[in-house]
Design a protein around this ligand. Structure first.
Ligand code: ACO
Length: 332
């Protein structure tokens, strides 16, 4: 069976580092609270004027360079974000135009923290089907410009960071067994309002009302405990389903890359799987939660640090707004 393989990877974060101490000046919070509850020490925030597609393009350029290809040979784009530059269109077409990629198709994926794995699932199917042979998969977020720094939103405002990650996906024409083994995608929309940005909502006429601004309805909100419990259960479950589908078990995992939601959640995922913590890639301390971008950023770091080597089993898992959750198994 034809498999897709990651032939290039890159990430980009904006240069401005924001420490917990910086946040203490703006938010009713403490470094100690943030570290204890999330494990986050620093995150990166964009300067005004920098958009999600700008970060996406930087990450994409790095993935293209890593693959050693000419960008003009990319034949499809899949872009994942919850923070598109505009209400519409999505960022896929903006990335396409900024990279000068002619008229190739660009698909936007709106699955929030699970966005990268959903996008990987879609891109993998296009490659397996023989529809495309060189897909740019990019995930990017600018969260910092729409966080509620008041007491009501401080649980989320301390968590999020800006950043982007990208991979190039191509068919593996050899029989060395490398590539994406499978992806497993799940959702439960009954819990949409537990982690969401309620407005803008076209059911309101007019959609943008000052009253909604005054009520903070244009900010992301979450039911932290509900998210915590569900994320801690659903990610291990998705990993087990993926392993079983491939006749593998937890002992076969060389590296697990969970969505970097919160370090306590990543620890719960390791515990839930009975996986030694040293096999779990965690970099949330330096980047915060970068939503769709967190997995490709962590994957890129782990590869460049030599933590992931050819032939190893790499497992990705994510959970987020929707709720959506997912896993992917890759023979590196
Ligand atoms: N600084 C200081 N205090 C804060 C902050 C903050 N940034 N945010 C909230 N608090 C306060 C609350 O107002 C509350 O105060 P109160 O007791 O006076 O009402 C108190 O801290 C709650 O603290 P805890 O008792 O520790 O509450 P809990 O155990 O529910 O923890 C938390 C809250 C940390 C949000 C937890 O539910 C959690 O980790 N949830 C997971 C959320 C998460 O990581 N989401 C990631 C984003 S979504 C995704 O990527 C999947």
């Amino acid at each position: 069976m034809l498999r897709s393989v990651i032939t290039g990877i890159g990430h980009y974060v904006p240069p401005r580092v924001v420490t917990n101490q910086d946040l203490e000046k703006r938010i009713n919070t403490t470094d100690e609270w943030i570290r204890q509850r999330s494990g986050i020490v620093t995150r990166h925030h964009v300067e005004p004027g920098v958009n999600t597609s700008d970060l996406a393009v930087e990450a994409a350029r790095r993935a293209v360079a890593d693959a050693g290809i000419d960008a003009s040979t990319i034949d499809f784009i899949v872009a994942a974000t919850l923070s598109p530059d505009h209400y519409f269109p999505g960022i896929g077409v903006l990335v396409q135009a900024k990279l000068g990629l002619g008229t190739i198709g660009a698909l936007d994926v709106r699955n929030q923290c699970s966005g990268f794995i959903y996008a990987l699932g879609a891109a993998d199917q296009f490659i397996r089907a023989g529809t495309y042979r060189r897909v740019l998969l990019v995930a990017a977020e600018v969260q910092s410009s729409n966080l509620d720094y008041s007491d009501e939103g401080r649980d989320m405002a301390v968590l999020f960071g800006d950043g982007a990650g990208a991979v190039i996906l191509e068919p593996n024409d050899s029989d060395d067994g490398r590539g994406v083994l499978s992806t497993h995608l799940f959702s439960d929309g009954r819990f949409a309002s537990r982690l969401w940005m309620e407005k803008p909502c076209p059911g309101d006429n007019p959609t943008f009302q000052k009253e909604f601004f005054d009520q903070g309805k244009f900010f992301p909100r979450m039911d932290g405990r509900h998210v915590f419990v569900n994320a801690s259960e659903r990610m291990p479950e998705a990993v087990r389903i993926g392993l079983a589908a491939n006749g593998l078990d937890v002992g076969d995992i060389d590296a697990l890359i969970p969505h970097q939601a919160n370090d306590r959640i990543s620890q719960m995922v390791a515990k839930g799987l009975k996986l030694p913590e040293e096999k779990v890639v965690r970099n949330i301390d330096r980047f915060g939660n970068t939503t769709a971008a967190s997995i490709p950023i962590a994957l890129d770091e782990a590869i460049k640090e030599g933590r992931i080597r050819r032939g190893q089993l790499v497992v990705l898992t994510a959970f987020g707004s929707g709720y959506t959750w997912a896993s992917a198994l890759i023979r590196w």
